[in-house]
Design a protein around this ligand. Sequence first.
Ligand SMILES: Cc1cc2nc3c(=O)[nH]c(=O)nc-3n(C[C@H](O)[C@H](O)[C@H](O)COP(=O)(O)O)c2cc1C
Length: 202
Amino acid sequence: MVKNILHIISSPQGEASVSKKLGNVIIEKIKFKYPGSIVKERNLVTTVFPHLDEVQIGSWFTPAGDRSREQLTAVKISDEAILELQEADILVFGAPFYNFAIPSTLKAYLDHIARPGITFRYLENGQPEGLLKNKKAFVATASSGVYSEGPFQSFDFVSPYLTFLLGFLGVTDITFIRAEGLRIAGVKETAFEKAVGSITID
Ligand SMILES: Cc1cc2nc3c(=O)[nH]c(=O)nc-3n(C[C@H](O)[C@H](O)[C@H](O)COP(=O)(O)O)c2cc1C
């Protein structure tokens, strides 16, 4: 079965980026399992999503036909990003650890794709319902430190946040693949291979 894969890159390090390299390995493995799969790249460094402002938020809550010219321009980047998410079967996020969290470029992107009535809604009983259904996500993390275990485990604000936010939007099948300890002697030497070895594609 052919899959539509969306690779969301947030590292500014270009080809030297570990999270991008790891994302590419994940994608190669998906393509091996599902030959002919199509890959689309969303590079959050070459196309930076702006911080949400009054015009952008106003556009979301204004019916399409009533939007000002400014709002119509502003909403485009959000609409386009959501459409490519809706079209994807598999999402591959690159998520470097930046100050124990995700890079602000990725946060800005997530702010644009979490849209009430489009990617999530609240039911009458107040429960949220995610509207991005039937998708699988991989998150390729990269970090100098080790967060999957040990003394820094509780300072991982990447995986709990992405797990909750993506789940809120309906993407509940998430696998984290971690290249970690990239600056720790004795760990860094095998960190990438260890991450690659932990990838399984169902
Ligand atoms: C601005 C900045 C902040 C960082 N913050 C952390 C951090 O909080 N924890 C950590 O383990 N590594 C941190 N690092 C190291 C990166 O996570 C590491 O270099 C990783 O490989 C970056 O991903 P990339 O190679 O895909 O760009 C930081 C690096 C930079 C440049």
